[in-house]
Design a protein around this ligand. Sequence first.
Ligand SMILES: Nc1ncnc2c1ncn2[C@@H]1O[C@H](COP(=O)(O)OP(=O)(O)OP(=O)(O)O)[C@@H](O)[C@H]1O
Ligand SMILES: Cc1ncc(CO)c(N)n1
Length: 518
Amino acid sequence: MNTMNSTKNILSIAGSDPSGGAGIQADLKSIAAAGGYGMAAISALTAQNTRGVRAVHVPPAGFLTEQLLAISEDISIDAIKIGMLANAQVIDELGTWLAQIRGAAGTAVPAVVLDPVMVATSGDSLLDAAADAALRRLFVHADVITPNIPELAVLARSPEAADWDSAVSQARMLAAEYDVLVLAKGGHLDSERCRDALIDADGVLLEVESRRHATGNTHGTGCSLSAALATHYARTGNWGTALRHAKDWLSDAISRADELSVGSGHGPINHFAGLWDGIRPAQAHDPLAQWWERISPIRAGIDELGFIRALKDGSLAREDFEDYLGQDALYLRTYARCMSRAAELAPDTESQRFWAASASGCLEEELKLHRGRLDERVPEPSATTTAYLNHLLAASHDYAVLAAALLPCFWIYQDTGTRLAAANHEAHPYTDWLATYSSPEFDAATAAAIDLVAGVHAGADARARAAMWRAFEASSAHELAFFAQTAADAPGAAAGPKRAAGLGLAGAAGHGEPVPVR
Ligand SMILES: Nc1ncnc2c1ncn2[C@@H]1O[C@H](COP(=O)(O)OP(=O)(O)OP(=O)(O)O)[C@@H](O)[C@H]1O
Ligand SMILES: Cc1ncc(CO)c(N)n1
């Protein structure tokens, strides 16, 4: 029996995402994170991963009803979140069941949050006309609907909102037409802040907002938000309070999405980041995780570069790309020598093999990629390239410092590459370059390099540890300067490196005498 103080039972009626980031899998994690007991009736099965949906299987509509009755005949349901519904039959079966349980005398009526999954990432509509009409009929059973910007446009039969005010007015129209609360979500707008608002026919009841986190790992944010909203409503009985709780939690889960490592496309958010801090203290105190955290302004600076953004969307000028490749080819020759030096200094054969194999792989694979594009034209090293290489060569006297200095080239490329890969496709002008740094092999090499440096760090004294950190941080700053050196980020270019000055990069890029790199 459900008493006043008991936990709340939350039912997700949604599609399955086997990769765990969206659909019922996301809902169950969100419900648990919000303190509810999660249940799931599966309306459709998708075959999808972080790169996209490959296939959808819809079980017979009657089987959804079987699942729903099995739950409602036994368990008291405090709130319901509805997600993907594939066709009119499924929607109508659900409508019949909802009418029955919401109309049943003597029982508390469960709150219903309906997240209309209607438009694919490609912009294509997922519902035919009959399903669209059935979904609109279902709104009578919903307390809140949570369309994203494209779904709001379809529902309001209007062009897609290009700004927040238009989204709010479309949401108002919907709220009036269907007598329902509408949660308008600004995730798809091109704004610095991510605003969401709960809206009724008279206007905005409550607006919440968060910083827009610089991550490509936002798969399933809509599913997660609606499930968290339903759960917090069941717990608090107030939509405004529920939205505030859900939004704060979601913002944290998105900001820490990159701590997970799931797939090479748009990865999931970190549903349990807060909880895991409490039960995984060892990881929270992982010194290399702290190094990574401490260079987050440098990483954010890289993401903001005009060069990286243009490389991602394919608009980077060929000449800029070749300038970059020319410097990179020069860099990699000396980088490979420094890894050979690390092999020479390594205290055990396993580490020796790692660095020797990496040096060889670096020369073979990466120079092949560069040579094919560069047509054998090798330029003079820039001051920026020279400064980075001087730093690595200066570190070459001490194994621990050298290992730490070599790490950002793996880690930052793997991290940046994973996010760039989400934009890759066969016709992308730089497709093979994007593929090189987002392969499972490069992921494995990066993980091995991190483990190896962590091992060296564990065995080092305090002085050596401090020197390792300084070497790691300096290499990370050189990585940013290296990416920032093409015309795409020249002073006066449209999207310059806003943060570079604040990071003291002018100094990092300019110091040191040129060294012979060949
Ligand atoms: N980069 C981001 N940083 C912070 N919040 C974000 C970001 N992207 C989306 N959000 C928030 O995530 C929630 C979901 O919004 P969005 O408009 O993206 O929904 P959606 O398209 O239904 O989600 P999805 O289809 O990815 O599951 C909103 O609260 C939005 O403000
Ligand atoms: C099953 C399912 N539901 C919803 C979404 C939208 O994020 C998705 N990708 N997969």
